[in-house]
Design a protein around this ligand. Sequence first.
Ligand code: IFM
Length: 429
Amino acid sequence: MNKDLEFPENFLWGAAQSAYQTEGHNYNNDWYKFEQIKGKIKNNDTCGAACDHYNRFDSDFELLSNLNQNAHRTGIEWSRIVPEENEVNHDEIEHYHKVFESLKKHNLTSFVTVHHFTIPLWFEKKGGFLKRKNLKHFEYYCDILAKNFPEVEYWNTINEPGVLPLMGYMSKDYPPGRSSFLAFLKVYNNILRAHGIAYHKIKEKNPKSQVGIVKNVPYFYQKFYGKFWKKRVVSFFDNVYNQIFFDLLNNGRVSLNPLIREKCLKGTSDFFGINYYDALYFKFKLGIPYGMDFMLPEDTRFTQMGWGIYPRGLYENIMRVKKEFNGPIYITENGIATLEDKERQSFILEHLLAVHRAIKEGADVRGFFYWSSMDNWEWAEGFEPRFGLIGIDYETQERQIRESAKMYGEIAKQNKISANLLEKFKLNA
Ligand code: IFM
């Protein structure tokens, strides 16, 4: 028999998005350039006007607030604020002031991301994050944000620090489309340093803002690996991709990566943001790992992205962060790309159950942000995947409130998942 599942008082219920994926009309960064190359993006889509959120942010926030959300995660586009080296665009600073005012007006607690994959073209020309000496330009950008936006309540430094190095410098799926292990390592290291820079710059000017890292924590599914050797391999990759962040925040050094030993990274997160989507497993031939897949047990359901749905991984990840990181946790992204909104509703409920279980077992989770507030630009996958609580018609820019948005809004309003809802979806806590 199900009971209502209450969430802690003052729990933040929101949705997440990034600047580039929703704003539209961004023509001065590496992604814009990358999209113009035929074959790089699915269906040769280009981001263009995206959701035209740049012009519609106020009415979009009104929709989210009417859906009972009380927090919102968005981002700032670096190439708007610093369009050329050492040049600040004050009109764009004004624009983002209006964005944050609008969040406030709609009672949405602000979570703002400093860096979410895109870099200005001038920064790319200088070698981007590949060159350590370029970090001074990132510092300049952070300084401008810190000086100009004291109204932001929560800052996210770098969105998913491992993704740009991996997708841009190993798998070639993101700009600059390279494949070099050495470049990957350098960029990874510099992005971790950039996280430290953003943290210190913002705290120096706004000691009261809460600043934290947002890390995608894929769950490396272990069940298939009976053999000692395979287990070691999986845990090695888990260390490289996940564990190093805890070492970094706890000790300012990364044992697996001797290049990173910087005291200034110690303690640089007031909270830990978890992005969670899926579980992965390694494929082995003759004991040698040769690839990764999303497939899990036979009854696994898949998303439009081909990702296997595994809510338990979110629970496991929260419990791991609880053990390794001493501070509040926010689920800064969790969501599904699907054309079936019923599937989105189940996904949300199943993952919220996982969050609730972790809270019940002592995890200090203070908020949940569904990815994404609205359908948007899904990088190399273009516009095909539909992640949104709000559907977008890209021809007309019409917004369509999905049933999942209303269901999520009811949960947010009541600050609980009702027993009736669980029954309706045949779920047990
Ligand atoms: O759309 C992305 C987002 O930019 C970062 N996290 C994962 C999302 C879904 O792929």
